[in-house]
Design a protein around this ligand. Sequence first.
Ligand SMILES: CC(C)(COP(=O)(O)OP(=O)(O)OC[C@H]1O[C@@H](n2cnc3c(N)ncnc32)[C@H](O)[C@@H]1OP(=O)(O)O)[C@@H](O)C(=O)NCCC(=O)NCCS
Length: 188
Amino acid sequence: MEDKIYKYIVTSLVYYRLFKLTLLHNNIITFMQKIHFDKMKVSDLNEVMKIEKANYPIPWTKGIMKDCIKTGYQCITLKQNKLIVGYAFLMVNEDESHILNMCVDQSYQSQGLGRKLLSYLENICLYHQSHVFLLEVRKSNPVAYGLYQSFGFNEIGIRKNYYKTIDGREDAIVMTKQLSHINHSFSV
Ligand SMILES: CC(C)(COP(=O)(O)OP(=O)(O)OC[C@H]1O[C@@H](n2cnc3c(N)ncnc32)[C@H](O)[C@@H]1OP(=O)(O)O)[C@@H](O)C(=O)NCCC(=O)NCCS
């Protein structure tokens, strides 16, 4: 009987150590997985639409995205190991640049990718000498709001009934960030 308990404890310990090693291994792999940003192409839109549909109850259509690409907006994909895991649509102007849509694949969220994407968009704005970075966020989206706030965006107003919801409309919080062009070195 004692032998059996002893064997059981040793086996459990071995499995526990293996489990920890696997976690460590996964963390190292994640760390080593390079991410990069690309200009979005029409041929990316099937992949992008999968992420869009999984994230929003009322998603953009492929047509809207195509129009954004054709119009020459900054349409960016975020790739990890060549796989699209996020994207953004940004309208750039000298006075004000506007984030129209930004999204990270659900299985890649909360790993810092949204912040990296936002930082990349900011660099595009700086490159184009934009002075204000602007966006709208749903009142019911505390995750995005938290990201924008911690990135230096401030709330400047509310657009009443701006967003469609399944059963009506919802207000948008308008947020801006003043962009400083001093001491910035960037590449896009
Ligand atoms: C909003 C979104 C782009 C953030 O991307 P992400 O990769 O998950 O974000 P990050 O991992 O870079 O986290 C950035 C910040 O977001 C907030 N955040 C991320 N995950 C969170 C969670 N599960 N709960 C609460 N806050 C969270 C935190 O403030 C976090 O800051 P921290 O890293 O200092 O803790 C992503 O959640 C998303 O695509 N959501 C669906 C689409 C959407 O809402 N887009 C925005 C429209 S305005």
